[in-house]
Ligand binder design. Structure first.
Ligand SMILES: Cc1ncc(COP(=O)(O)O)c(C=O)c1O
Ligand SMILES: N[C@@H](CCOP(=O)(O)O)C(=O)O
Length: 462
């Protein structure tokens, strides 16, 4: 399996190379040259298998010769061993025809653990073999950073630097990033929004002298391996509701478009997904773009679902690549226009996107009301991001097709918003109940590429 860039000008890479490379050298994102398709019988055969075995069967065609089957099975087993639920991604019923896919039973209580725990193991195995050392940089609105620090803390061959927007992540998210004491992990609180953090990460990748000098790698969903690992739970959940014999729809709380793009890949692989619904909070650029074709970031407004406070949605580039018939030059042109303020999707590409994705948005008041109403109706306590999904799913459900909404984080990561909505303050699981007592280690940094690069160079030299 080979990987190509969405902008068409970067070297074609193997799975291992694409995983360790992160952003393509032309600024694009890697995607598989072809998407393998599973037969009806192969999908049917997934019923009743463990999460780990489904993960092996779904991801195996994408990894090429990178690992032997036995080594890959061992990596998957280690990745999901620390999850707090035997099913890994359990499905609970909210009401007739509406199901919640709980993706928050991993070590840091968000869906990011599904991919990050896996790529932690994949990086370790690949780097052990090559004897190389890499510097991982990541941008986070709260969950990617904590999952990355958890997955890579203490590993020999990596240093990890996570940029998060100062004052704009929840206390639990911040503490998950700042309390690990291992020397190889570094939490950097930067001035600005998540989009600024993500822009500086991309700047570092586009500064080739720095990139090659520190052997830069990325663990945001710009990394194809992140998206791949998230394809698996679309299969486990759909099959448990009767796929491939029955169609299902998904609603996905969306920010950087990685999670819903994994759903797109599942559909291309043959999973009978009827509708893929993009659910946004008040930062609804994706909903507006999918409705009108106009993509013009106009500033982030902080919300009670802060992990989705994103206006420059990285993986939308991958969706555009397919909507434009894999035309790298067209995508490159759009990304240049984005730098200058925004772009308009062509009629043909918009039609292609609208055939694949539905969308909706959710206001702050609707988010709170959905948390309260869902608790009352079903006993399920939602985090504000999952509530955005449930609200949009309720707007868009169709009677004859089951709807699965992705519950992307544990409510205890956002206790203030949940308490304000319900009067109930969700507690952390016992294994992290001392999180509020642990001492923190964080570096404040300005939104300045030179300052960030100097700090990274200095830290890895010591
Ligand atoms: C809790 C939570 N829900 C939803 C999202 C959106 O996921 P994505 O960025 O893959 O669209 C994020 C992060 O972006 C998140 O942290
Ligand atoms: N919500 C994310 C934003 C980064 O998304 P990623 O999937 O591209 O890493 C976060 O929690 O950091």
């Amino acid at each position: 399996m080979k990987y190509i860039s969405t902008r068409g000008q970067a070297p074609v890479l193997s799975f291992e190379e694409a995983m360790l490379t992160g952003l393509a050298r032309d600024g694009g994102l890697y995607v598989p040259e072809t998407i393998p398709v599973l037969s009806h019988d192969e999908i049917a055969a997934l019923a009743g298998l463990s999460y780990e075995e489904v993960a092996f069967r779904i991801m195996r065609p994408f990894i090429g010769e990178t690992f032997t089957d036995d080594a890959f099975r061992e990596i998957i087993a280690k990745a999901y061993d620390g999850f707090g639920h035997a099913a890994r991604a359990p499905l609970v019923q909210l009401d007739s025809g509406h199901f919640l896919l709980e993706l928050f039973h991993g070590p840091t209580l968000a869906f990011k653990d599904f991919a990050m725990q896996l790529i932690g193991q994949l990086f370790q195995a690949a780097l052990k073999r090559s004897g190389e050392r890499v510097t991982i940089v990541g941008a986070t609105s709260g969950d990617t950073g904590s999952a990355a620090i958890e997955a890579f803390r203490g590993l020999d061959a990596v240093d990890v630097f996570i940029l998060y927007p100062h004052g704009r992540v929840s206390e639990v998210q911040r503490r998950q990033m700042t309390t690990p004491s291992e020397d190889n992990v570094h939490a950097l609180a930067m001035d600005g929004h998540f989009d600024d953090c993500q822009a500086r990460v991309k700047d570092m990748f586009n500064d080739f002298e720095f990139r090659d000098g520190v052997r830069l790698a990325g663990v945001n969903s710009i990394n194809w391996a992140r998206v791949l690992a998230q394809v698996v739970y679309y299969f486990t959940s759909a099959v448990s509701l009767g796929a491939p014999g029955r169609k299902v729809s998904f609603t996905v709380p969306t920010g950087n478009f990685g999670d819903i793009f994994a759903g797109y890949i599942a559909k291309q692989m043959g999973l009978p997904i009827d509708r893929l619904v993009v659910a946004t909070n008040q930062n609804d650029i994706l909903h507006r773009c999918l409705s009108t074709g106009e993509y013009r970031p106009d500033g982030v407004i902080p919300s009670i679902s802060p992990s989705m406070d994103i206006q420059v949605s990285s993986n939308f580039e991958r969706a555009l690549f397919y909507a434009y018939g894999q035309d790298g030059a067209a995508v490159s042109q759009l990304m240049d226009e984005l730098k200058a303020g925004g772009f308009t999707v062509s009629q043909g590409a918009l039609q292609a996107l609208q055939e694949l994705f539905d969308s909706g948005n959710c206001s702050e008041a609707e988010t709170s009301a959905t948390i309260a109403a869902t608790l009352k109706a079903s006993g399920e306590l939602l985090c504000p991001h999952s509530a955005v999904g449930v609200k949009v799913a309720n707007d868009q459900r169709q009677a004859d097709v089951p709807m699965i909404t992705l519950a992307t984080a544990h409510p205890a990561k956002f206790p203030d918003a949940v308490e304000a909505a319900t009067g109930e303050r969700p507690g952390l699981p016992a294994r992290m109940s001392d999180l509020y007592e642990r001492s923190e280690r964080v570096t404040r940094i300005e939104n300045d590429l030179g300052a960030i690069e100097s700090l990274i160079r200095e830290r890895i030299a010591n």
